[in-house]
Ligand binder design. Structure first.
Ligand SMILES: [Mn+2]
Length: 429
């Protein structure tokens, strides 16, 4: 189905769901503001590019400041799009025109029905001039966040397109890494070129880490000079119509005993990531899958020879948490760390887990296990005789491995949006 029809159905479905939410909250009409550019510093007159309010983008991919969406149940949504006054800068036109047909586009705020009208948006000063009764009411925001957990077919198509674009960048970086010595900055710029994105267009700052830099989970301070490295971790993606892909790949090259041990580690994480994807079932707690990933990390540490303890002991003694400190994954959509899937906090031993939902059809989330050599986390274990510290020190120059895909939960099993366009999760470049 084309994007025009998919989007029309998306707005129909969203209209019905929002009408129910408004009714529950006793609200008659909803206004959603697109946002206002933020100043980079108070001292100068430069602004960050607009990141539209996600609740606005849930309806349409328009990244223009000062727009207002007016939703009155039973009526066609109205888009208030004030004429542009600035002659200093011109707004980029939307990349695709598929969404216009679902809205009445006007220049001034229409008359609102009597009753309560809610304002939803980041810029509270924009609410001041509007005839609204409720500004960002928490119960309504929670309910609207909840609507974003279940993705419509339109949203899944946008996420699939974002993955298709991200794959072009990952393929290019794998090729460049395999071909010779490159700096991280050069690889970052090559990713932008291959995906036709400016730095500000990416869904999150590209993570490009050669060698030991991969031990920094969010390595974004790129080395500017080329240097020899046997491993490359790239956590970078693309977006489409406001929807974010989030993809990580880890490549290895060269030989040596440590090189082959690291290659074995990458192969272990790749196989484990695929087993976890295959284990996803409707009705399962996401946190249960996260716990299973720790048992499997324990198994890999044993297989590679980092420890002779059983995987159960490695989990119980907290060893897996030193090598794998982050969560298995998070909800994905209009935000890279999307809302609505962490309504309750994780158990205390999983402090960084951002998804604690029961897995349900229509959810989109990442599956991204990893194993790293982070000295600050390993230092407290150094006195333990149960870890082969010589091997750990030899592997530390590779930094670590992470493999991340974006998956859609279906009635049975999943659709893996990333593997459809990027079949390999990592391994020899
Ligand atoms: Mn992620």
């Amino acid at each position: 189905m084309d994007f025009i029809s998919l989007h029309r159905r998306h707005v129909e479905e969203l209209s019905g769901r929002v009408a129910r939410v408004l009714d529950e909250c006793g609200i008659t009409a909803l206004t959603v503001h697109s946002g206002t550019p933020q100043k980079r510093t108070a001292a100068d007159d430069q602004y960050w590019p607009l990141r539209p309010t996600p609740h606005f983008q849930h309806w349409l991919p328009l990244a223009e400041p000062g727009c207002l969406l007016v939703i009155v149940p039973g009526k066609k949504p109205v888009l208030v799009r004030p004429p542009v006054q600035s002659f200093w800068e011109a707004l980029a036109p939307p990349e695709s025109d598929h969404f216009w047909g679902s809205f009445d586009v006007v220049e001034a705020v229409p008359e609102l029905p009597p009753g309560r009208t809610a304002f939803v948006g980041d810029d509270l000063s924009a609410a001041a001039g509007l005839p609204v009764t409720d500004v960002n009411p928490p119960a309504l925001l929670r309910a609207l966040d909840g609507l974003r957990v279940h993705k419509t077919p339109y949203e899944v198509a946008c996420l699939a397109e974002a993955n298709r674009r991200a794959a072009l960048g990952h393929e290019e970086l794998r090729r460049l890494f395999q071909g010779g010595e490159r700096s991280e900055l050069e690889l970052h710029l090559a990713f932008l070129g291959a995906t036709r994105q400016d730095d500000v267009d990416t869904p999150y700052k590209n993570i490009v880490a050669l060698g030991k830099h991969a031990a920094t989970l969010h390595h974004v301070s790129y080395a500017k000079r080329a240097a020899p490295a046997q491993s490359l971790l790239v956590d970078a993606a693309a977006s489409f119509a406001g929807y974010c892909a989030d993809v990580t790949r880890t490549w290895v090259k060269g030989g040596g005993a440590a090189g082959s041990a690291f290659a074995q580690l990458v192969a272990g994480v790749e196989a484990m990531q695929q087993r976890l994807c295959a284990a996803i079932e409707v009705g399962m707690q996401y946190e249960q899958l996260h716990d299973e990933s720790h048992r499997q990390v324990g198994g890999i540490l044993r297989e590679v020879g980092i420890s002779r303890l059983s995987s159960e002991e490695l989990v119980a003694r907290g060893v897996t948490r030193a090598f794998y400190p982050h969560g298995l994954g998070h909800s994905l959509g209009l935000q890279c760390h999307d809302v609505g899937c962490a309504l309750r906090p994780p158990r205390s031993e999983n402090p960084f887990l951002r998804n604690t939902t029961e897995i349900a059809p229509g959810q989109v989330f990442t599956i991204e296990p990893g194993i790293y050599f982070i000295e600050a986390l390993l230092a407290p274990l150094r006195s333990s005789p149960d870890v082969d510290w010589k091997l750990v020190d030899a592997l530390a120059s590779f930094g670590g491995v992470r493999i991340e895909d974006d998956v859609v939960v279906q009635d049975r099993g999943i659709r893996n949006l990333t593997r459809e366009v990027l079949p390999q999760g990592g391994g020899p470049a």
